[in-house]
Structures are given as structure tokens and as C-alpha cells.
Design a protein around this ligand. Structure first.
Ligand code: DP6
Length: 364
């Protein structure tokens, strides 16, 4: 059954027209990457997810964006220029223009300015790490700062909520890249405050075991993906297992909600690894079918399982829509597990490259 766009979306339409007095300015924002524990895979129109998802917000991987804006006289088209790591990058323009089209209703000032968008990532561009989540989130935060200059009364909570709402329209997982810690996106009847429109901080107490959880990202394949997430989401539309999958994700949200509160790492591993393999199983059972894992992805998974069996240490993995492996482990076991990663796993990475990251709980 298809979901209807909730009416609350209207809540985010900016009603202000006094922007006519704001001539130019510069804003800047930083937004983190995130890694989903229960995955978003399948969506409705207007970037409404088929099922709720939950992620760790990372700290080392982020995007930093600066937007310079200037009033223009012609107001029928968008005017943007994009610079990536200091160089003009026209190939990013279409995605941002589509984003502007989607959000214009909520930000009527967009056609009144020309925008120069300068963006850089803390991680290498060709690392296979999706920059759309942190990139769209950083841009949305910048746009909200401009809206705040127009309407100085905006409350901080509204700004963050609307930034997540806008980011979602750029890329679904970007809605989870506004807040630190653990973020839920997508309505679930048992998670209070959850919404299909924006991400919310996990609204329950988080067990110490999951504070400072580590995520070492093994860069198995830094190339361009053969199938984009957007196409992958579309392939869920006629997927034979779609309904069962959406039901499973809803059940996994309940399970993980309890696990994050009671600290049960064994159960955590079970849900998170199952979600990762289910995601890739859905890709393999789509029509057309495809595989994003590489032989080294599987080598690493096998080694993780063997090491876990041999040592009883709580190492686990998750995957996003690509070949890279996110190795997850708690703070208390970081030394032994990091040693194993360096001695046994990084040989399966392209040029031995990996990134040490962890869930970020620092306040902005
Ligand atoms: C596998 O958010 O990249 O990482 O909404 O089309 O931009 P679009 O897709 P995107 O999909 C992310 C898929 C995922 C799982 C997840 O992050 O939940």
C-alpha cells in the first residue's frame, strides 16, 4: 500500500517574503556521514521511505560546505556554481539543480539569488564512501542559515528539523546526517516522534556499550558503483520480496530499539549483519539483478567471522550500497580488534586504505 505524503510537510513552507532586503552573504556548515544499522532500501514518491531506518552518525567522515549568495534581478531560473575541493565541478550541478527544484516550494527565495557552493569532504572523493548524505546535509544546513538571516525568529529545533527535511529531498539517507549520535528516519508506531519527513535523534537512553562505538571503514573498492542507490531503490518497486522485507525492517527497528537500550552486543551483531546481507541479497534478487560486493568484501567477512569465533571478541560488520566493509566494535575491545584489522584485513583494501571512524556523540 502506498503512503501518502503527510500534511505536516506544509509546516516547512517558508512564508517569509522580506528576503527582498537581504542582498548577499556567506554561510558555512559541516555535516557528518552516517552508516545505517537498519537499512533504507525502497522509497515512495517525494523521498518517503518504504521502511524506517536507523544509523550511527560518524565523526571523522564529514562534508564542509560554504555557500556565497548574491541577489540577482532575473527570478525565473536557478543560478548555481559548484566548486569541489577548490575546483569548479559542473558534474555536480544537475544533482543540486534537481534538489533545488524539489525544495523550492519550501524555500521560495532560491530563485532570487545566485549561489556559489564550495564543498569538500574529510575523506577522499574516490573512496567509495557515499558523499551524498553528508553533502546534501551540509548544503541544507547552509540553506537554513540563509533562511535564518531572512527570518531571525526561527528556533534552533525548527532549523535542524527543516534541514533534515530538506536533506531528505536531496538524498534519503542525508536526513540522518544532521544530528549526532544515533538517528531514526521513517515513521515507526513504536518509536516516539519518528517521521517519514525528517530524522530524529534516537529518543531513548543509549546503553554505554554503544557510546563511542567504532567503525573502521575498509576501502575495498574506490571506484564508481556500477548501479546507483537511486536505481537500487527503484528496483524494490516490483521486487518479489519487497513486502516481507519492509515488514522485516519494521521488526528489526523494534529489536534494535531494545538492544540499544539494554546493551546486548550479541543481538546487535545479529541484527546489523543480517541487515547488511539482506540489503545485498535484495540487490541480487532484483530484476535486473546486480552485485556490489567484491571478492575482497567476502574475504573480509569470512575473516571477521573466524576471528570472532576464535577470540569471542564482539567484532562485526555492516555494508552500505557498495563493496566497502564497515567494521563495527565497542570501545572496550578497540585495541585487540584494531590490531587484528591492521594485521589481517587491510591487505584486502585497495592500496591498504582504510578510515578509522566512530559514532559521534559530541554536541555541535
Ligand atoms: C544502502 O540515501 O543514497 O545506504 O534517497 O536515492 O539518494 P537516495 O538514496 P540513498 O540510499 C542509501 C541506501 C543505503 C542504506 C541507508 O543508508 O539506509
Amino acid at each position: 500500500m502506498s503512503k501518502i505524503l503527510p500534511l505536516e510537510a506544509n509546516h516547512f513552507i517558508s512564508k517569509n517574503t522580506v528576503f527582498k532586503t537581504l542582498n548577499q552573504g556567506v554561510v558555512t556548515a559541516k555535516a557528518p556521514s552516517n552508516i545505517a544499522l537498519v537499512k533504507y532500501w525502497g522509497k515512495e514518491k517525494n523521498q518517503i521511505p518504504k521502511n524506517p531506518s536507523i544509523s550511527f552518525t560518524l565523526s571523522a567522515c564529514f562534508t564542509q560546505t560554504t555557500v556565497k549568495f548574491k541577489k540577482k534581478s532575473e527570478i525565473n531560473t536557478f543560478a548555481i556554481e559548484v566548486f569541489f575541493e577548490g575546483k569548479k565541478h559542473d558534474s555536480f550541478k544537475p544533482k543540486i539543480l534537481t534538489f533545488f527544484e524539489r525544495i523550492e516550494k519550501y524555500m521560495p527565495f532560491l530563485k532570487h539569488y545566485s549561489f556559489s557552493i564550495e564543498t569538500r569532504n574529510s575523506f577522499p572523493h574516490s573512496s567509495g564512501i557515499a558523499s551524498s548524505a553528508s553533502g546534501m546535509a551540509a548544503l541544507s544546513l547552509c540553506l537554513m542559515q540563509i533562511e535564518k538571516k531572512i527570518n531571525t525568529n526561527l528556533a534552533d529545533d525548527y532549523i535542524l528539523k527543516k534541514a533534515s527535511f530538506l536533506a531528505r529531498l536531496g538524498s534519503g539517507s542525508a536526513s540522518r546526517s544532521i544530528k549526532n549520535g544515533i538517528v531514526v528516519w521513517g515513521k515507526h508506531p513504536k518509536i516516539k516522534g519518528s517521521s517519514d519527513l525528517f530524522g530524529i535523534p534516537f529518543p531513548y537512553t543509549i546503553h554505554e556499550n554503544f557510546k563511542n562505538y567504532h567503525d573502521t571503514i575498509l576501502l575495498v573498492d574506490k571506484g564508481e558503483k556500477t548501479v546507483s542507490s537511486t536505481v537500487g531503490h527503484q528496483l524494490m518497486e516490483n521486487h518479489p520480496f519487497a513486502n516481507v522485507r519492509f515488514e522485516q525492517a519494521n521488526n528489526n527497528m523494534i529489536a534494535i530499539k531494545n538492544i540499544l537500550q539494554n546493551g546486548d552486543i550479541k543481538q546487535f551483531i545479529n541484527i546489523v549483519e543480517s541487515e547488511a546481507l539482506t540489503l545485498h541479497g535484495l540487490m541480487m534478487s532484483s530484476n535486473p539483478y546486480f552485485i556490489l560486493m567484491k571478492p575482497n568484501t567476502l574475504e573480509i567477512i569470512q575473516k571477521i567471522w573466524k576471528f570472532r569465533k576464535d577470540t569471542n571478541l564482539p567484532i562485526s560488520f555492516t555494508l552500505d550500497a557498495g563493496a566497502n566493509v564497515h567494521v563495527l566494535y565497542p570501545e572496550k575491545d578497540r585495541i585487540a580488534i584494531h590490531k587484528f584489522i591492521v594485521s589481517d584485513l587491510i591487505e584486502h583494501c585497495q592500496n591498504n586504505h582504510y578510515i578509522r571512524d566512530r559514532v559521534s556523540f559530541d554536541e555541535k
